[in-house]
Design a protein around this ligand. Structure first.
Ligand code: NAD
Ligand code: IPM
Ligand code: MN
Length: 367
């Protein structure tokens, strides 16, 4: 049997910096656990635009479609802010998600004990937090038509359309119910059924799918209240399912419960391929962080934890995923902190690369 294949797309800004640390971890698994992957690297985002005038090439898209998993760093940056909308770095990421049909974006937010003091919320509100946001990723207002900027009555009008079909809602809901069944059997669906027809349909379809998962306790919440509840009492949630735009915002909000945006991984999953593995891309929730790019300050943990999700969801290596998560937990418990987490007095932050090395040391110690 050939080795499982991974396409690495580091992207822009801190993307390549954090991905370098993931490569160390991948190499460790090859050397120490006999888990060898066929790894190829390619360009996405501004880096791809600089090379060939498009934020992702057709050739790279083909590779992404054919590998077992894609790992993506981050895209975007001020250098590309004034580009035409159609070639902006973010369009490369959105093309990957859409054409690979990665409809279920799993964004876990876990508060490691060592960081409970560091969250902007009080310790007892976040300590032990372990929630999962399932964000619908290939539809909604990100992709709905009509869209664009046009002229009406001599002024510019910006248009985007929130549009969901029943089947799009249903498959995202099933992904969330399936996860709820493996966790605490509790699911909260968030929309704005009070003001949006698409929200009414969302609530109806999620309720219909619930009939197939009678053991799961289902609740519904308006997304604005959901944002407030996430900050007020996040531990009331286990799995949350929501649309593309609300999921984007609510997951950034959940990030701060864990201490830093630099801690949040994600898995974007589609339908099973012929080999039984889901179409998949793994990416940290954060962006290219232009304010700290090139300084060796970025926290690589979100990207490394995204690889742990790849081990679990693409490669059926749940125990190895847990090993990696535990190694990170140990490093944090030892007081190792990148700058985003080094708020306490007297804590000298480590660099991106030193954090990667510490995680490798903790992996060694786990053997
Ligand atoms: P951002 O996530 O890049 O940064 C927000 C803040 O969090 C910044 O202060 C940054 O320094 C900090 N931060 C983020 N990741 C960090 C890490 N790993 N370690 C330490 N600090 C970290 O969001 P932004 O500034 O709104 O966007 C910058 C660019 O990134 C934009 O072009 C945006 O479109 C893009 N973006 C890309 C993705 C992606 O590729 N998945 C996600 C979000 C934003
Ligand atoms: C994310 C990002 C992306 C999104 C952008 C960069 C397209 O914010 O992955 O959370 O809005 O989905
Ligand atoms: Mn986002």
């Amino acid at each position: 049997m050939s080795n499982p294949s991974i396409l690495i797309l580091p992207g822009d800004g801190i993307g390549p910096e954090v991905m370098t640390e993931v490569v160390k971890i991948i190499d460790w698994y090859g050397a120490k656990r006999g888990l060898t992957f066929d790894v190829t690297h390619d360009l996405v985002g501004g880096a791809a635009y600089d090379a060939h005038g498009a934020p992702i090439s057709d050739e790279t898209m083909e590779k992404a479609q054919s590998v077992d998993a894609v790992l993506l760093g981050a895209v975007g940056g001020p250098k590309y802010d004034n580009l035409d909308f159609s070639v902006k770095p973010e369009r490369g990421l959105l093309r990957l998600r859409k054409e690979m049909d990665l409809f279920a974006n799993l964004r876990p937010a876990q508060c490691f004990d060592a960081l409970a003091d560091f969250s902007s919320l009080k310790k007892d509100i976040v300590a032990g937090l372990d929630i999962m946001i399932v964000r619908e990723l290939t539809s909604g207002i990100y992709f709905g038509e009509p869209r664009g900027i046009s002229i009406e009555n001599n002024e510019r009008v910006g248009i985007n359309t929130q549009r969901y079909t029943e089947s799009e809602i249903e498959r995202a809901a099933r992904a969330a119910f399936d996860l709820a069944m493996k966790r605490n059997k509790k699911l909260c669906s968030m929309e704005k059924a009070n003001v949006m027809e698409s929200g009414i349909l969302w609530r109806d379809v999620v309720t219909e799918v619930h009939a197939d998962y009678p053991e799961v306790e289902l609740s519904h919440m308006y997304a604005d209240n959901g944002a407030m509840q996430l900050v007020r009492a996040p531990k009331q949630f286990d799995v949350i399912v929501t649309d593309n735009l609300f999921g984007d915002i609510l997951s950034d909000c959940a990030a701060m419960l864990t201490g830093s945006l630099g801690m949040l991984p994600s898995a974007s999953l589609g339908a099973p391929m012929e080999n039984g593995r889901p179409k998949a891309m793994y990416e940290p929730v954060h962006g290219s962080a232009p304010d700290i790019a090139g300084q060796g300050k970025a926290n690589p943990i979100a990207c490394v934890l995204s690889f742990a999700m790849a081990l679990r969801y693409s490669f059926n290596e749940g125990d190895e995923a847990t090993r990696l998560e535990k190694a990170i937990e140990q490093v944090l418990a030892d007081g190792v902190r990148t700058a985003d987490l080094a708020g306490e007095e007297g804590v000298v932050p480590v660099s991106t690369s030193e954090m990667g090395d510490k995680i490798v040391e903790a992996l060694d110690a786990s053997l």
